[in-house]
Design a protein. Structure first.
Length: 192
């Protein structure tokens, strides 16, 4: 009970003081405390519908946080959470989370892993490994990725033309193999 109350108080401070400016790494950690409840300690989220943030590209994180703040990207709580934050604070949060180490969230069976790896190389890697404003997806939990893809297909999120093409090619079992592969990857060994 004390842990829950303490976490809620930290979250309230985070949401109540959006103009808080952070400078040192310790201050950046304190600024990110309101994120811990959903995105996990130091940006590592166990499997679920919420993404891990650790090690994501700084440009992608900033662009996404600003889009939530400005209302051009809709989220369940993120629009309200980012309300009132200035660009400098969003850049600091993006810098902090991009600097955190990435970790693997799980494993995959060898045959499905190989098939998923092939699909990733064919449909995903050219954007998700080479573009600074595109998220890393290897090591991200499958449930979160399924939610994002569903939002893109239903129009809840904008889908770039490249994603439209890839999504139209991936159906059923192939998509599940790809998602399993992504979740089973050890991020630290695979990213630039």
């Amino acid at each position: 009970m004390r842990v829950v109350i303490g976490a809620l108080l930290i979250g309230l401070v985070f949401f109540a003081v959006p103009s808080l400016q952070a400078g040192s790494r310790g201050e950046l950690f304190m600024l990110s405390n309101g994120c811990i409840n959903c995105h996990g300690f130091e940006g590592q989220r166990t499997p679920g519908a919420i993404p891990s943030l650790a090690g994501q590209p700084e440009a992608y994180l900033y662009k996404t946080l600003a889009a939530y703040r400005d209302g051009t990207l809709k989220g369940t709580i993120m629009n309200r959470a980012m309300e009132g934050y200035d660009d400098q604070t969003l850049r600091q949060l993006a810098e902090y989370y991009s600097s955190l180490p990435k970790e693997s969230l799980g494993g995959a069976s060898s045959q499905a892993h190989k098939q998923g790896e092939r699909l990733y190389a064919q449909y995903c890697s050219s954007c998700h490994e080479e573009q600074a404003d595109t998220p890393y997806v290897r090591g991200q939990n499958a449930q979160y990725m399924q939610g994002v893809l569903k939002d893109m297909v239903t129009g809840q999120r904008t889908m770039p033309e490249e994603m439209t093409s890839a999504m139209s090619a991936l159906k059923g079992e192939e998509l599940q193999q790809l998602l399993g592969y992504l979740q089973g990857c050890a991020q630290g060994a695979l990213f630039r």
